[in-house]
Structures are given as C-alpha cells and as structure tokens.
Design a protein around this ligand. Structure first.
Ligand SMILES: C[S@@+](CC[C@H](N)C(=O)[O-])C[C@H]1O[C@@H](n2cnc3c(N)ncnc32)[C@H](O)[C@@H]1O
Length: 231
C-alpha cells in the first residue's frame, strides 16, 4: 500500500467536510486513487462509495477498507448520493460535460458536486519562480529524503505532458457553470509535489501555510482550484 500524503489528504478532507450539505450522509467519490480521502470520509461516519477506472487503485482502496469499485466514469449507476466528489480526477476525464451530467444525475435533488483540481495548463510565472527557488533552498538545506530528484521535481511545474490531453481549470469551470450555479475558489497545490520527499511532516504543514499566505497576499497565482456545484 502507498504510504500516502496525510497533510494533503487532510487539506482536501477539510474542504470536502465544510462543502458538504449539512445533512449529508452518502458520498460518491469518482477517481478515488488509493482511497485515502474515501477512507478518511468513511472514518468520519459518511457512507462512501469510491470508483476508479484503474483496478490497481481500487485494490489499494479496498485494502484501506474502502467500499471501492472499478468503473470508468461516466457510467450509469442506480444508487443516489448527497454529494459527488472529484478530487484531482476531473481533469483526466475525456467527456467532461458527460462526467458532470452523470454526477448530477446520481445526486438527490438540491445536493452538490464538489471538485478539487489544479491548473493543468501550468501555474503563473510568480508561482513557478517562488516554487523553484523554495525547492532549491530546501534541497541545499538538506530538507529532503536521500532519493529526492531535484530536476524531476522542478519539471512538475512545467506544462504537464501526459499520455492524454488534460482539461484546463478554465474548461472545468466552464463545464461546471453549464450544469448549474458554481462557487469557485483558489487553493494551495505546490506543497503536494513535496510531501513525499520532505523529511519532516512539520515542514509539509509549514509549507502549506506558507503557500496559503503567498496566495492571500497575491504574491503568487494559485495552482489549486476548488468548485462547488449546487443542483
Ligand atoms: C490524480 S489521481 C487522484 C486520486 C485521488 N482522488 C486523490 O485526490 O489523490 C486521478 C485518479 O482518477 C482516476 N480516473 C481517471 N479517469 C477516470 C475515469 N474516467 N473514471 C474513473 N476514474 C478515473 C485515475 O485512475 C486516478 O486514480
């Protein structure tokens, strides 16, 4: 089982919890990966069904005790939920409008689609310069584990080169807006690239706080995006 990213998972979990409808009991998570968020939501008392198109991810989520199913979204399912979550999965799903329409279709009336994603088109110049300076400084201070790969990590902030085209955050925002009223917000994201490599969990928390301060001060452009679609 992967060791996971507890700081990043908690950051997402807190956003999901405060975005859920007050009486929410059941949640569908689409593109659950290794099931860390789903496990945490289930641990908080929610009834969670988690889906992923990758059967290895589903096996890992199941090993965490998550009720997980291998399924390529959009798919028709009969169950109904109080919320549907896409965390860093929507930018991968080719049929964006179909994925959102099918998510709305499995919601009980008046419930929500909650999305956390990032600017797959790349961050802005101030953010990139801030991140690369910070990574070099942390590296020279010995903050990373011995197998840390500096060039590989710096490459993550260049335009993402993926085996299939990824949806930009603007395309995701537009597709959600076609489905109903949406609230959008900026969020931290750069810190996720470093969580597995930093020796100290405290350093990950401090990095997240630092990134949030930089976003609030308008000193960098946020790389993370969050959306809540009401139906
Ligand atoms: C970047 S991972 C995010 C995993 C997890 N939600 C997280 O936040 O850490 C994206 C996940 O979406 C899944 N995925 C991509 N396209 C999908 C589709 N059409 N249907 C279901 N899952 C999909 C991938 O297999 C992958 O596990």
């Amino acid at each position: 089982m992967t060791t996971g990213a507890p700081v990043a998972t908690k950051y997402t979990f807190d956003f999901v919890r405060r975005s859920l409808p007050e009486q929410a009991r059941s949640v569908l998570e689409i593109g659950c990966g290794a099931g860390e968020l789903a496990a945490r939501l289930a641990g908080a008392g929610l009834q969670v069904l988690a889906l992923d198109s990758d059967s290895a991810c589903v096996a890992e989520a199941k090993a965490r005790g998550v009720d997980a199913v291998a399924l390529d979204w959009p798919s028709a399912i009969e169950q109904r939920f109080d919320a549907v979550l896409f965390t860093r999965s929507l930018h991968h799903i080719h049929d964006l409008d179909g994925a959102i329409a099918e998510a709305v279709a499995v919601l009980r009336p008046g419930e929500r689609v909650i999305v956390e994603d990032f600017r797959s088109e790349g961050g802005g110049p101030c953010g990139r310069a801030w991140f690369s300076g910070l990574v070099r400084l942390l590296h020279s201070a010995g903050a990373f584990r011995p197998d840390f790969d500096l060039e590989h990590t710096l490459g993550k902030i260049e335009t993402v080169d993926h085996e299939h085209p990824l949806h930009s955050s603007g395309a995701i925002a537009d597709a959600l807006a076609r489905a109903g009223p949406v609230e959008a917000d900026d969020s931290a994201y750069y810190f996720r690239y470093l969580e597995a490599d930093l020796r100290s969990p405290d350093a990950v928390c401090r990095l997240l706080e630092y990134e949030l301060e930089m976003i609030s001060a308008d000193a960098i452009e946020a790389l993370g995006k969050r959306f809540v679609l009401s139906t």
